[in-house]
Design a protein around this ligand. Structure first.
Ligand SMILES: NC(=O)c1ccc[n+]([C@@H]2O[C@H](COP(=O)([O-])OP(=O)(O)OC[C@H]3O[C@@H](n4cnc5c(N)ncnc54)[C@H](OP(=O)(O)O)[C@@H]3O)[C@@H](O)[C@H]2O)c1
Length: 211
């Protein structure tokens, strides 16, 4: 599959490396694509670097891994390229980094962080994923054999998109727990049940069941 990565930092970079290793064609992007040469070299022949627009356009699935506060701005720039595609949202709302837009969602328990992405990319199928895992664990705990894998929660409003993301995460060696729709994704948000808590699928299912 062709996969475009918007934001090739700690999460986008490591996820892209795993996807390239799994055999996908990955386009890493940056506002300064020339600075991605080392990452592309590390990823090997399945990867290249481009602009944010090129990554959004070339991917049949797109990964959004940027500071939360920048989501509307990036959607303005490249939203049209993501129409009809699955968009993985790894972004977390941190008021100290992202300002008022994050403060608002943190203060209101009825709002969901990822609703900003859904609203900013209305023609994409947004799946919240990879936002709960610390990048070091993403880097170091992929491609584990069955029986010793970590699980990652996902949430989204479209089943076909969640299936696509589940398959990708399985390919790179993670189990997956589908927590439901975006409305159900509170458990994945900063400081909530599944945030930065490495767990097996069984542990995650147990934690979800005992809520
Ligand atoms: N770090 C973690 O362990 C972790 C874990 C889970 C989720 N997250 C979340 O995932 C997202 C990415 O985190 P990260 O740690 O990977 O961040 P990061 O290493 O700082 O990378 C973020 C990337 O976003 C790009 N970016 C920044 N401003 C932009 C803009 N205005 N337009 C387009 N691209 C922009 C930057 O690319 P260029 O400067 O090259 O353009 C940068 O490489 C954040 O929302 C974070 O909260 C982080």
């Amino acid at each position: 599959m062709n996969i475009g990565i918007i934001g090739s930092g700690h999460i986008g970079g490591n996820f892209g490396l795993h996807l390239a290793k799994a055999g996908h064609q990955v386009m890493f992007s940056s506002r300064h694509p020339e600075q991605l040469a080392d990452l592309v070299r590390q990823a090997g022949s399945n990867a290249q670097a481009g602009t944010i627009a090129q990554a959004a356009d070339s991917g049949s699935l797109v990964v959004l891994s940027i500071p939360y506060g920048k989501i509307p701005e990036v959607a303005e720039q490249v939203g049209t390229f993501v129409h009809g595609k699955t968009l993985i949202d790894t972004c977390n709302a941190y008021p100290q980094r992202d300002g008022e837009i994050a403060e608002r969602v943190r203060q209101n328990p009825d709002l969901r962080e990822t609703q900003l992405t859904v609203d900013s990319f209305p023609m994409a199928s947004v799946v919240k994923a990879l936002n709960t895992i610390y990048f070091v664990n993403l880097r170091d705990y992929a491609f584990r054999p069955e029986g010793s894998r970590y699980a990652l929660p996902i949430a989204g409003n479209r089943e076909t998109a969640k299936k696509e993301v589940t398959d990708l995460l399985h390919e790179i060696g993670f189990d997956v727990l589908d927590v439901g729709s975006i409305a159900d994704s509170k458990v994945m948000e900063v400081d909530q049940l599944f945030y930065n808590k490495p767990m097996s699928l069984q542990e995650m299912q147990k934690a979800a069941g005992s809520r």
